[in-house]
Design a protein. Structure first.
Length: 165
């Protein structure tokens, strides 16, 4: 069992692969901070929230089947932590039932985005692709990709400010 308190702790995958914690941190921290910032706004403690999620990863004792499963853990954990932060800012105490409800609301809100906004949002915030990588994939300009991202974030904020159903 790897020592999860060391900076070079290794995450083992059940399929035999492994990555060091530092490699994962370097690879996904910027995209997770951007994702958290998009959910919380620019003047938010997004880096602290993401660091807390990485702290949860260090404490997780069971392995992951794949890297995709680990990425899902990081993104869902970040999303949940952001929703908890928003609830705390609004004076609502988080509980287990509320976490599931909020996660479902976020997923539903993302799925309700217009098709291309949703695709671009997911590629950017779930897969960590850059605007130029997404633009190349869809044969769009990087400016158009950015416009779709801005629109998606605006629509999501609007949904949550209106009390997402």
């Amino acid at each position: 069992m790897p020592d999860r308190d060391r900076a070079d702790a290794t995450i083992l995958f059940k399929n035999g692969g492994c990555q060091t914690f530092d490699e994962l941190y370097t690879a996904y921290h910027p995209a997770l901070c951007h994702f958290a910032g998009s959910l919380l706004g620019e003047d938010s403690p997004s880096a602290n929230i993401v660091d807390d999620v990485y702290g949860l990863l260090r404490k997780k004792t069971d392995g992951f089947e794949t890297l995709s499963e680990l990425k899902a853990f990081l993104y869902i954990g970040t999303r949940n932590a952001c929703m908890n932060h928003l609830r705390t800012m609004q004076g609502v105490a988080p509980d287990e039932g509320t976490k599931e409800e909020v996660l479902q609301q976020v997923c539903t809100a993302i799925e309700s985005l217009p098709y291309q906004c949703r695709q671009i949002f997911k590629l950017c915030y779930e897969e960590g692709l850059s605007n130029s990588e997404i633009a190349e994939r869809f044969r769009l300009s990087a400016h158009t990709v950015n416009s779709h991202k801005v629109r998606a974030i605006g629509l999501l904020r609007l949904k949550f400010l209106q009390g997402c159903p």
